[in-house]
Design a binder for this molecule. Sequence first.
Ligand SMILES: *Cc1c(COP(=O)(O)O)cnc(C)c1O
Length: 337
Amino acid sequence: MFQLEKTIRTNILALKPYSSARDEFNGKDGIFLDANENPFGNLNRYPDPYHKVLKEKLSELKNSSTENIFVGNGSDEVIDLVFRIFCTPGKDKVIVCPPTYGMYQVSANINDVEIISIPLNENFQLDVEKILKTKAKIIFLCSPNNPTANNLENIETIIKKFNGIVFVDEAYIDFSTQESLLHKVNDYPNLIVSQTLSKAWGRAAIRIGIAYANKQIISYYNKVKPPYNVSQINQHEAINAFDDTETFTKNIKTILAQRSWLEKQLSSLSIVERIYPSDANFVLVKTINANAIYQKLVEEKIVVRNRHSVVENCLRITVGEPFENVKLIDSLKKIEL
Ligand SMILES: *Cc1c(COP(=O)(O)O)cnc(C)c1O
């Protein structure tokens, strides 16, 4: 049986978090002489450490409670903090299922946490049996998965049976036919769902990552986070993004239509062997020679992601604007190997 308190690092259980000036008094009006800020200017005040307005917007939009939401400085921070909360350096282990997003491994390395690698099978699906036989503090699942682009199956089986935290990275969920797990965070004591403003929301520049989890887990996130982890400008831009769901919906529609177009065009090329089915805003393409094609495209000033080192002869191609996709296909058509 999963027990949160037994999974948290003991030093974090005991941690007395930093108390900022704005923690002790958080009323709106007043003369603020408590934080050694400069009284002049309009970016002179520290931002809201709890991202209150942003979380209220999100809770409306996602039909979730603000208690179940943590806002981080990009998914990087959401991932890094999960190591800090749960993993003792040099002692604890986490599971990753490659080929997948590289940050789980990098973050594990930074935090001196051992990685158990349980690769996806030939259909890019999880090895459920092996995962459930393995002891670890956290398992990182990415669905739709980067770079394979597919939805993972059996995630809920793992959540129910794995005796550790299940971190589900839903960076690409808004492009997917699969439903988000965020509404199940109160059903499972060990589930963390991570989303981002960097992809479907079109706000990679403002570095906003979000974790959804039960309120106990969220309280630990708040305990370990840097006090003012999201700038006021970024909070403001995130709120603006959420106020414009029309653009969001329109862009997703365009991207998905462009993805179909790209898939069709790519499938007619002789240098392409296979296009893996995508539930994201990119396609993974098996070619006859990924390194050579990558180089030829760079010469045309077109940059795709060469994933040859992780999936043989594969390129990961992000769906661009229509004119960019046309240019890509034109360039690929000219390549002779
Ligand atoms: C792009 C991506 C992210 C986004 O990371 P940010 O730090 O929020 O920009 C997260 N997870 C995966 C799997 C991604 O591919």
